[in-house]
Design a protein. Structure first.
Length: 226
C-alpha cells in the first residue's frame, strides 16, 4: 500500500513537471514568433523620406553601409554601369543571406523614396518619354550614382543634368535584380519578401509640355538628341 501511494505521488509530480515544461515551451514559441521576419511589412510612403542611416530596423540594412556598398561597387569602373553591377554581385555574394535580404529591402525603400512625379517628369524629358518600366529603370540608375547624387536629385531633379545619361546612351536597367540573384545563388532559394513599401506615387501629375517647362536645362541637353 505504501509503495502504491509513493508511486502515485511520483507520477503526479512527473506529470506536473511535464505540464509546466510544456507551458514554458509554448510561451517561448509564442515569444519567438511574435515578430516573424518572413512576414511582409508595409511601410507608409510618407515615412520613407525620413529614412537615414539612423534607422535600426533589422529588416533594412543600415543606410550608411548600403551606400558604402553602392559606392564600393562603383569605384574603379570609370562610370561603367554594367561593370558596377558585376562588382556589386561579387560584394553581395560575400555577405550572409540575411545581409543580402537587408540590402534588397533598403534598395526597395530607396526605390519608393524616389517614386515621385517630379523625377518621372525629369526622366521623361531625358528619355523623350518614359513608361512605368522606364521609370523603374531610371530609379535603379539613380541609386547606382550614390547617396549624394540620389538626394540632390530628389531635392532638385534638374541637378542631374550635369551627369545623367539617357537610357539610349546607357541602359538604366539591372541594379535592382542583383540582390535576388546573389541570394538565389548562395542559398538555392528565392529572396524573402520581408519588406514591401507602399509605392504610392507622390507629387503632381505632369504632361510632356509641363515637363519641358519645368526642366529647361534637361530639355536643352536632351530634346535635340531625342
Amino acid at each position: 500500500m505504501y509503495v502504491q501511494v509513493k508511486c502515485s505521488i511520483l507520477e503526479y509530480r512527473m506529470k506536473t513537471k511535464l505540464i509546466l515544461l510544456t507551458l514554458s515551451i509554448s510561451a517561448l514559441s509564442l515569444g519567438a514568433t511574435a515578430q516573424p521576419k518572413s512576414k511582409a511589412v508595409a511601410v507608409p510612403t510618407k515615412n520613407l523620406y525620413a529614412i537615414r542611416s539612423s534607422d535600426t530596423s533589422d529588416l533594412l540594412m543600415n543606410e550608411h553601409r548600403f551606400w558604402g556598398l553602392i559606392m564600393e561597387a562603383r569605384a574603379g569602373t570609370k562610370n561603367n554601369y554594367k561593370a558596377q553591377i558585376m562588382n556589386l554581385k561579387r560584394l553581395l555574394f560575400n555577405l550572409e543571406p540575411q545581409e543580402i535580404e537587408q540590402f534588397d529591402n533598403r534598395f526597395m525603400a530607396m526605390m519608393d523614396v524616389a517614386y515621385d512625379n517630379r523625377l518621372w517628369a525629369a526622366a521623361s524629358v531625358i528619355n523623350g518619354g518614359c513608361s512605368e518600366d522606364c521609370f523603374d529603370f531610371f530609379r535603379q540608375y539613380l541609386i547606382s550614382q550614390g547617396k549624394e547624387r540620389f538626394y540632390a536629385t530628389l531635392k532638385d531633379p534638374e541637378s542631374c543634368s550635369t551627369w545623367i545619361k539617357s537610357e539610349t546612351e546607357e541602359d538604366w536597367e539591372g541594379l535592382l535584380y542583383v540582390a535576388a540573384q546573389m541570394y538565389r545563388m548562395k542559398t538555392g532559394k528565392e529572396i524573402p519578401a520581408s519588406y514591401q513599401p507602399v509605392f504610392a506615387l507622390k507629387g503632381e501629375p505632369f504632361n510632356d509640355d509641363s515637363a519641358l517647362k519645368q526642366y529647361p536645362k534637361l530639355a536643352k541637353k536632351f530634346i535635340t538628341k531625342n
